[in-house]
Design a protein. Structure first.
Length: 456
């Protein structure tokens, strides 16, 4: 679900449908179709040439950003918020170095006379970002999430102030979040090489946090809005639709509505192309969603059942101190309130061999087993343990719902994995497709696509 959609800037390019699904090139800060991503001339990530161009582009973006940033207004605002304690002037030249590291945000450190340090966080301007309205919504949503998490005593940095855009920024120049600086290093940098004792300690703490989130469910699926009175609204989305507009999804009262909307949104962004495999991919996913997600017939019985999930929990969002305690969980931009089956699977960093790369294993790994055993034995939540042990297939379903339907990656990886998760006798895309062409022989859209293809 993270495909940004933009018109390919290559001269004369008229790519449509999944061929137009965007590929971001950091070297030139443009989003290309699949063909022009490979051929537009920036080289391949990892090459020296690509790296040089990337650093040049980062420098251009950074200097444009710094030109619009009033550092004196920023330190003045911080001083006011910190009870008049002087915030030390910031040297633009040192910022140059610290802000060149890439990522989705610029983090400007704010040092006070007392030695205290805050961070001012700005969205990094980039062609990869969604519409300005969605950027504002994402910022407000993230603040709302931090406030909610602080209210349930979840370890997050304190938020001192925020502005949704330049207009509300006290002359600083951009929307911002002012937050506490947390001292710690990313979990992802130590977990793999850590001793068993350390891993156990961290898994236990992470299980306690899972219990805490599960203890504070919501009545609807969506994103948190309204920092001052957090409530569930439409999903914050980091991509545009096929018309290059920002789609509006949710909020949803039922799990099945959420899954169907995710899939239909993906299909509608790729439906411009007369491609049989893309359409069959959509039909495949429609079957998979129907088989894995029971359709809700009753209305919400009054029990809230949807859970806040950090959807990018690969481990760099958790900060660990020298004694291996979790000091904070950060970067909640684009986090959603989701159905339990997706919200309470084990975090991605726990499932070491989860299909982040090429591995699409459905087997539970030792860390997941340990994580689940804490949920079951120490926290007396066997229901959460079961979700952590069996939830991996929902992670794959979610990923496939946002995949490029009919692409090689989808057909070679997503489809066989979901077929296995469903316990199907059919093992491969080709096998499924052969049967589906017969099964859907009367499908109007499929007939239309076959006719058009035969005319080409
Ligand atoms: Zn490029
Ligand atoms: Zn193109």
């Amino acid at each position: 679900m993270s495909i940004p959609q933009r018109r390919c800037p290559a001269p004369g390019c008229e790519s449509k449908g999944y061929q137009a699904v965007a590929w971001y090139c950091e070297a030139c800060d443009e989003v290309f179709c699949e063909v022009h991503d490979a051929t537009h001339g920036c080289g391949v990530p990892g090459d020296d040439e690509y790296w040089d161009r990337t650093m040049q582009t980062r420098s251009i973006i950074l200097h444009k950003f710094l030109n619009g940033l009033d550092l004196r207004a920023l330190t003045k605002r911080a001083s006011v918020l910190n009870g008049g304690c002087e915030c030390l002037p910031i040297d633009k030249d040192t910022l140059d170095e610290t802000l060149m590291s890439g990522g989705q945000h610029f983090l400007v450190p704010l040092d006070f006379r007392t030695g205290e340090r805050w961070l001012a966080r700005f969205q990094r301007p980039s062609n990869q970002r969604p519409s300005p309205a969605m950027c504002q919504q994402a910022l407000l949503s993230e603040v709302a999430v931090y406030k909610f998490l602080a209210s349930i005593d979840f370890p997050v940095p304190k938020i001192f102030d925020y502005a949704m855009n330049e207009e509300h920024s006290y002359g600083i120049g951009y929307g911002y979040i002012l937050m506490e600086q947390m001292n710690g290093f990313p979990l992802s940098s130590i977990f793999d090489g850590a001793s068993q004792e350390t891993r156990t300690k961290i898994l236990r703490e992470a299980a306690a946090l899972q219990v805490k989130l599960a203890a504070h469910p919501f009545h609807a699926i969506g994103a948190l809005h309204e920092p001052d009175a957090p409530q569930v609204g439409t999903l914050t989305l980091s991509w545009l639709d096929a018309e290059f507009e920002q789609p509006s999804l949710g909020p949803f009262a039922h799990s099945s509505e959420f899954w169907e909307a995710c899939l239909h949104n993906t299909w509608s962004s790729q439906a411009g192309v007369a491609d049989i495999d893309a359409y069959l991919g959509f039909l495949f996913m429609r079957e998979a969603v129907a088989a894995m997600i029971p359709s809700d017939t009753s209305s919400d019985s009054g029990n809230p059942q949807f859970i806040l999930r950090h959807l990018d929990d690969k481990g760099d969002h958790i900060l660990i101190d020298d004694d291996n305690n979790i000091v904070a969980v950060i970067d909640w931009e684009y986090s959603w309130i989701v159905p339990k089956e997706l919200g309470l699977t084990a975090p991605l960093w726990v499932g070491e061999d989860i299909g982040i790369n090429d591995e699409y294993s459905l087997q539970i790994c030792p860390a997941e087993r340990e994580f689940a055993s804490f949920l079951r034995d120490e926290f007396a939540r066997p229901d959460l343990a079961v979700l952590a042990e069996t939830g991996r297939k929902y992670y794959y379903l979610h990923r496939a719902c946002g995949a490029v339907l009919g692409s090689n990656d989808f057909c070679d990886h997503d489809v066989p994995t979901l077929l296995r998760a469903l316990g199907s006798q059919t093992a491969s895309w080709e096998e499924w497709k052969t049967a589906a062409l017969e099964r859907y022989a009367d499908d109007e859209k499929l007939c239309d696509l076959r006719e058009r293809q035969s005319l080409v």
